[in-house]
Design a protein around this ligand. Structure first.
Ligand code: GDP
Ligand code: MG
Length: 177
């Protein structure tokens, strides 16, 4: 551990999941580095990124794992989920098929992840409201049914990105402290 690790009170692992192209990597780069890419380079995805956040006077180091595009081949392995305390499950509000995959992702989460994992459902690409295929009510309804928190985000326009990650991190902190 480097000097910095010793200064932080908690280290949390969380994962990003959801169909290919929904914006997972851009949500993470927005949160971790405040960057956005118009082109999608799924194979160059980082393994994970860190950001430090302060929650109730505790310094938390959030380690967020991203896929390197394996979700296209349904090849995410159990090690991806191991030790994860939270998950951001992302769909694209302009592609209904990605919303329909949410239940499949939840099954995988429940199979490989820990049962008390904090799961936040995110409908991303809120900036593309004119091509919306999934209403906010549908997102809300599914989240209620499955006992998840729900938000709509835009990695492009920085809408609710910070809020979504912080909600997850705060909830993890509540559960673990
Ligand atoms: P991933 O496969 O889930 O990691 O998705 P990416 O982050 O690679 O994004 C896929 C494509 O969607 C890229 O072309 C991004 O620029 C685009 N994208 C991601 N988030 C948003 C968003 O919030 N709004 C818009 N308009 N495009 C987005
Ligand atoms: Mg990606």
């Amino acid at each position: 551990a480097d000097a910095f690790d010793e200064d932080c009170d908690y280290l949390f692992k969380a994962v990003l999941i959801g169909d290919s192209g929904v914006g997972k990597s851009n949500l993470l780069s927005r949160f971790a580095k405040d960057e956005f890419r118009l082109d999608s380079k799924p194979t160059i995805g980082v393994e994970f990124a860190y950001r430090n956040v302060k929650v109730s006077e505790k310094l938390i180091k959030a380690q967020i794992w991203d896929t390197a595009g394996q979700e296209r081949f349904r090849a995410i392995t159990s090690s991806y989920y191991r030790g994860a305390l939270g998950a951001l499950l992302v769909y694209d509000i302009t592609r209904r098929a990605t919303f329909e995959s949410v239940k499949k992702w939840l099954r995988e989460l429940r199979q490989f992840g820990s049962s008390d994992m904090v799961v936040i459902l995110l409908g991303n690409k809120l900036d593309l409201g004119h091509s919306r295929e999934v209403s906010q009510e549908e997102g809300n309804h599914l989240a209620e049914e499955e006992g998840l928190c729900f938000m709509e985000t835009s990695a492009l326009e920085k809408l609710n990105v910070e809020e979504a990650f912080l909600l997850m991190i705060t909830k993890i902190h509540e559960i673990t402290s």
